[in-house]
Design a binder for this molecule. Sequence first.
Ligand code: SAM
Length: 391
Amino acid sequence: MTANENINTLLLKLTESFDSSTLIKLTLSNKRNKTGEVNNVFIKPVMIKGQAMLSFVYRYATKDMTKNFGIEQAKEQIEDQLKESFFNADLFTSKADYALLSNKKGNSKLLKKAATSTELPLYRHDNIKKRLINPENNVYLRELGIVTAEWKVRSDMQDKFKQINHYVELVDDVLKTAKLPENYLIADMGSGKGYLTFALFDHLKNTTPLPFRMIGVELRPALVNSCNEIAVASGFETLSFVPGSIKEATIPEINVLIALHACDTATDEAIYRGISAKAEVIMVAPCCHKQIRKQINPENALGEITRHGIFEERQAETLTDTLRALIMEAFGYKTNVIEFIATEHTPKNVMITAVKKADTTIADPLVLKRIEALKTMFGIKYHHLEKLLGI
Ligand SMILES: C[S@@+](CC[C@H](N)C(=O)[O-])C[C@H]1O[C@@H](n2cnc3c(N)ncnc32)[C@H](O)[C@@H]1O
């Protein structure tokens, strides 16, 4: 085995033990360069905000420095350290120990030994905050590549799985505040590969007594077909996907409308359908705010802000979504803007939630006045959602 192959095998053993919660610790030692400042690195699994990570303690002559990494970044760090700073590594797991020994001449060997300790570390994946979605025996998670054939969340899908769970929690919280009829319909507009659609369906099916149906609307027929196949394979009888546009797809009366990252004006089309159907709940996580950006042209001090491209983009986002929220308010919705996903996962992190409070089809003139005032301030002629609603 070459030195690189041994490092790769060691990293594989590290990942396996991390994924199966049998990792105890990993130590890097025997400096390649005797003048190097870090004498050793001690790595152990930790839980940070409910997420399994690896904590690195860099031991200097007079101090220790700690840094935490997710498994993928941790592996990159370890690989770099073994190639540049240390000859040896000792991996301790509750199943076996591994010792990587290398030297200046480029010789390297990886020894497997009986486990020194079989005592499991305090950290365990099962200690992770109880997730709403159970990875076990959930066919759609396997078909979508989130879990392995053994129902373990793939190491490169940990973030996605966390995001899905967070999303389900958010939607669930909002649905609890709404009055929904029996057999209510949730429309997921621009459902894409269906990650979030399946997860929400799965959660509601397992936790709510009220019968419901769910339809995903998606422009791309290939995605519609694969999602329908997965829905059948999962035994999700009241979940289906239809091809078509958000604005025009023929679907029954909508009670809950969801649109996540439907680009630019597709989000307006989704809100328009929700308002037109008098949906009890509308939840959108917008992305790409081009329509308003093209129009922003304030003839006042605000021009100082929008003359900078980045600020103009941020203003366009804030304005587009503020106007969306106001328009929903004009039609009797109580709105709320929340952070959907932590910004380290995606910059598209805002979600507007709207719950119907007044049974009206006519826009409130007082709210329309507030909308006009805001538009005038920024030199905006029209918002696409206004055009769709004819206001
Ligand atoms: C960024 S993806 C998001 C997918 C999914 N909602 C999610 O959050 O994982 C947006 C999806 O919306 C679809 N889409 C965009 N505009 C649409 C429209 N006007 N009608 C239907 N689907 C649309 C795209 O094909 C794409 O699959």
